[in-house]
Ligand binder design. Structure first.
Ligand code: CP3
Length: 351
């Protein structure tokens, strides 16, 4: 398992053949997912271990990607801790009671032993998945404090995260208490997955690009660091990913990541110019190219490999998640194209 190409790249030990997995590889783009999920809500499916394991394995079986990403959601921990939250199809996570005042933060459930017990179905799902995946590694994940807390503060998805940013500025102590609660929530969710067998973790800070570097450093970085610290004693790579976060690559790495996910807005060679020498990277095929011609897709894949060729390690991924209406065959063909490429023929690695 530790010889798997994804884990090697994440450790900065390059493999001969490019390795790839896709954010949101499980889910609505797959007919077998839609069939299995029929009649079960998204969040219920996450706490049914056999179902979550089967959904995780589906894209590995179909596309031959080099890693599984655990099927769950960034709000599953909040639900297991007792908060009222659901995922509205086509919308995203929606909380019953938005958290906006000091009293709302006071009323958050304590994260005691009950929370540990509530993570049992997650541990069981991870164990079943790892057994099924064999030598293919499983990547565990959690939502970062800013992204999860922004759903809690806004009550649901938001375009500009205005309420969250206003709370950070007007009541920094209230924000800090909320963000540290989420850091513990997400950090313990990550730890549960690794102890049950996940081989790497990814912290998703999808909406962090809404913040300036100053606001990130003063209000967010220490909380993301606290989440990642919960797995820092375990021998697994820690990937940190944000959308529109080119200006935050360095502070996000400094939060305790060992590899950086890069979205499709920034070329990997430019990311490598920003990051300290030796930082492994992950990304960053534009998901929009999945809706163009095969010629365009393969050209983009080659360009991404080339741009990542001087990294100490590179795991190919999309710049953000697979869109639900993506043709799954396009993903399968992209994986086989990538697996046919010889890493030694690329850019600065050319012998
Ligand atoms: O394949 C995978 O990537 C594994 C599972 C996964 C899901 N959500 C499953 C899911 C992961 C890693 C996530 C993380 C997640 N959830 C993020 C961070 C990653 C990102 O895309 O930026 C965020 C922001 C969320 C919040 C969330 N959950 C959104 C925005 C949505 C989409 C709502 C919609 O219907 O468009 C969800 C729901 C969700 N999470 C689905 C899946 C497969 C769709 C549920 C369905 O089948 O109806």
């Amino acid at each position: 398992m530790s010889d798997s190409s994804v884990l090697r790249e994440l450790r900065g030990d390059r493999a001969d053949t490019p390795s790839v997995w896709f954010m949101r590889q499980a889910g609505r783009s797959l007919p077998e997912y839609r069939a299995l999920r029929e009649g079960t809500t998204m969040l219920d499916s996450c706490v049914r271990p056999e179902m979550a394991a089967e959904i995780t394995v589906q894209p590995v079986r179909r596309h031959h990607v080099d890693a599984g990403i655990f099927f769950s959601d960034i709000v599953v921990p909040a639900r297991q801790a007792g908060l009222g939250v659901e995922i509205k199809p086509g919308v995203g996570p929606v909380f019953d009671h938005p958290i906006r005042t000091e009293a709302d933060v006071d009323a958050l459930p304590p994260l005691g032993d009950d929370y540990e017990v509530a993570l049992d179905p997650i541990r069981e799902a991870v164990r079943l998945t790892v057994a099924e995946l064999g030598t293919t590694p499983l990547i565990g994940f959690a939502g970062a404090p800013f992204t999860v807390a922004s759903y809690m503060v806004e009550g649901g998805p938001s375009r500009d995260h205005l309420r969250t940013r206003a709370l950070m500025r007007s009541q920094p102590e209230v924000w800090a208490r909320l963000a540290s609660w989420v850091a513990e929530l997400s950090g313990r969710f990550l730890r549960a997955q690794v102890l049950a067998g996940a081989s790497a973790v990814q912290l998703f800070d999808s909406w962090v690009g809404a913040l300036s570097e100053d606001m990130y450093r003063s209000g967010v970085q220490s909380h993301s660091a606290a989440a990642l610290a919960r797995v820092a004693d375990l021998p697994v790579p820690r990937i940190h990913f944000g959308v529109g976060a080119a200006h935050l690559l360095t502070p996000m790495l400094e939060a305790g990541a060992t590899a950086m996910g890069v979205d499709h807005r920034l070329r990997l060679d430019q990311a490598l110019d920003i990051l300290p020498e030796g930082t492994p990277v992950q990304g960053n095929i534009d998901p929009a190219v999945l809706f163009t011609s095969e010629e365009a897709r393969f050209a983009e894949a080659r360009a991404v490999l080339e741009a990542g060729s001087r990294a100490s390690g590179h795991v190919v991924n999309l710049g953000h998640g697979v869109a639900p209406d993506t043709d799954p065959q396009v993903l399968t063909d992209l994986v086989s194209f990538l697996h046919e490429q010889d890493a030694h023929q690329l850019g600065t690695r050319r012998a």
